[in-house]
Design a protein around this ligand. Structure first.
Ligand code: LMR
Length: 393
C-alpha cells in the first residue's frame, strides 16, 4: 500500500528554513519564515506570556479534556480584541483551532459544508499555504488580482474588476492586515468599496487575520475586519495568536463566524463537529495564556507595550532599509519598503536574483522575493541593500 504514495514537494517556506539552518557560513541572514526575531536573532517569549504561563502552572489542577469547540472565555477575549468591545455576541459562533492555519482550514471546511458549490477567491499572490490547503481539499478556488509588481502597491481597480465575477455564496478570502506575502494593504476606503461589492453580490468575506498588531497598531489593524463585520450579514474570520502573542508552537487560533441569531446555534454545532472529526479537542495551553493576557489588566498592558515595541522595531527597520536603498540606488524606487506594513514585503526580485543573493551573500528570502522584515537588524540592513543592488534588482 505505502508504495502507492507519491513524494510530496516540501513546503517552500519551511524548506528554506531548513536550508538556512544547514548553511555553515558565519554571516548569514534569514529573511524567510514569518517568525518574529529581535535584533539578536532570537524569537523571545514575551514577558506577559511568561508570567501568564507561571500563573497557569500554579493554578491548573487538571489536564482532563476541556471544551470541544474551545474555551468560551478565550472566544470572548479574542472576539473583543478582533471585533472590539460591543461585538455582536448573539450572532457570533467561535471555534478554537490549531493555530491560524487550523482556523483557515476549518473556515474552508465550514464554507464547503454550507455551500458545496462555493468558489473561494484568493488574492494573487496569497500565502502559499492557502492555495495548498484548498487544492489538497479539492476545493474550487480562483485568484483575484491584488498586487502591482511595478508599483509594489495594491492594484485596486484590477482587484475590484476581478471580484465583479463572484457569485452569491462564494467566499472572498481577504488578509485583514499586513498582507502576506506582499506587505501592501487596503486603505479603509478600499475596505468600504469591498464591503459594497460583497453586499451587492452576496459573496461571503473570510478574513485571515494573522498579524493583528504588527502593522499600524492593534486597533488600527482590525479596522478593515470591523468595517466588514459591521456591514455584512455573514463573515468568517480566521485569527492567529502565533505572531502577536509569540506563541507559535502552542498552536493557538480562533475561527469566528458571524451569522444571524437564528443560525448561531447550528453554526456553533457545526464548528464543534468539525473539531471532533479532525482532531477532537483543540490545544488548551495557548488559549489559557492568551485569555489571561487579554483579561488581566496588568498583563494586558505589559503585552500591548511589548507588541508595540515589536511593531515599531519593524517600522524602524523598514525605514532604515528604504533609506539605505535610496542611497545605494540613487533613486526612490525602493521607497515602497517604508510604506508596506507588517512582517513582509515583496521586493520584486526575480527567482534568479533571489538565488544569487543566497549564493553570494547568504541572504535567504522566499523565492518570490518576500522578506521577513524582522529577520533584519542594523548590521544586516546594509548587507541586504548591497546584495539587492549587486543582484541588479
Ligand atoms: C509564513 O508565511 O512564513 C508564516 O505564516 C509561517 C508559515 O506557516 O508559513
Amino acid at each position: 500500500m505505502l508504495n502507492n504514495l507519491k513524494p510530496q514537494a516540501p513546503d517552500k517556506i519551511l524548506a528554506l528554513m531548513e536550508e538556512y539552518r544547514a548553511d555553515e557560513r558565519d554571516q548569514k541572514v534569514d529573511l524567510g519564515v514569518g517568525v518574529y526575531k529581535d535584533a539578536s536573532g532570537k524569537t523571545p517569549i514575551m514577558s506577559a506570556i511568561h508570567k501568564a504561563e507561571k500563573q497557569v502552572w500554579d493554578q491548573e489542577t487538571t489536564k482532563s479534556y476541556a471544551g470541544l469547540a474551545g474555551q468560551p472565555e478565550f472566544h470572548a477575549a479574542m472576539a473583543e480584541m478582533v471585533l472590539g468591545a460591543g461585538y455582536p455576541a448573539d450572532r457570533l459562533a467561535c471555534l478554537s483551532t490549531v493555530g491560524g492555519t487550523g482556523a483557515c482550514r476549518m473556515g474552508f471546511e465550514l464554507a464547503r459544508m454550507a455551500n458545496p458549490d462555493t468558489t473561494i477567491w484568493v488574492s494573487d499572490p496569497t500565502w502559499p499555504n492557502h492555495l495548498s490547503i484548498l487544492n489538497f481539499m479539492g476545493q474550487a478556488n480562483k485568484p483575484y488580482t491584488y498586487f502591482d509588481a511595478d508599483t509594489r502597491a495594491v492594484n485596486f481597480d484590477a482587484m475590484m474588476s476581478d471580484l465583479e465575477a463572484v457569485k452569491a455564496g462564494d467566499i472572498v478570502l481577504l488578509h485583514g492586515c499586513c498582507h502576506n506575502p506582499t506587505g501592501a494593504n487596503l486603505t479603509i476606503e478600499q475596505w468600504g468599496a469591498v464591503a459594497d461589492l460583497l453586499e451587492r453580490t452576496g459573496a461571503v468575506p473570510m478574513i485571515d487575520l494573522a498579524y493583528q498588531g504588527f502593522g499600524d497598531g492593534l486597533e488600527e489593524d482590525a479596522a478593515g475586519t470591523r468595517l466588514i463585520a459591521s456591514r455584512l450579514p455573514e463573515v468568517l474570520i480566521a485569527a492567529s495568536c502565533s505572531k502577536n502573542f509569540g506563541i507559535y508552537r502552542e498552536r493557538t487560533g480562533c475561527l469566528m463566524v458571524l451569522g444571524s441569531e437564528e443560525t448561531k446555534k447550528t453554526v456553533q454545532g457545526n464548528l464543534a463537529y468539525l473539531n471532533r472529526q479532525t482532531y477532537s479537542f483543540p490545544p488548551y495551553h495557548g488559549q489559557a495564556l492568551v485569555t489571561r493576557v487579554l483579561t488581566d489588566p496588568a498583563l494586558r498592558a505589559e503585552w500591548e507595550a511589548e507588541l508595540e515595541e515589536v511593531r515599531t522595531g519593524m517600522l524602524d527597520l523598514r525605514k532604515q532599509l528604504a533609506d539605505e536603498l535610496r542611497k545605494l540606488s540613487n533613486s526612490d524606487r525602493f521607497d515602497f519598503v517604508a510604506e508596506h506594513r507588517g512582517m513582509f514585503s515583496r521586493l520584486g526580485a526575480s527567482p534568479e536574483q533571489v538565488a544569487k543573493m543566497k549564493a553570494d551573500a547568504a541572504i535567504y528570502m522566499v523565492g518570490d522575493s518576500r522578506i521577513n522584515i524582522a529577520g533584519l537588524n542594523a548590521n544586516s540592513v546594509p548587507l541586504l541593500a548591497k546584495a539587492l543592488i549587486d543582484a541588479g534588482v
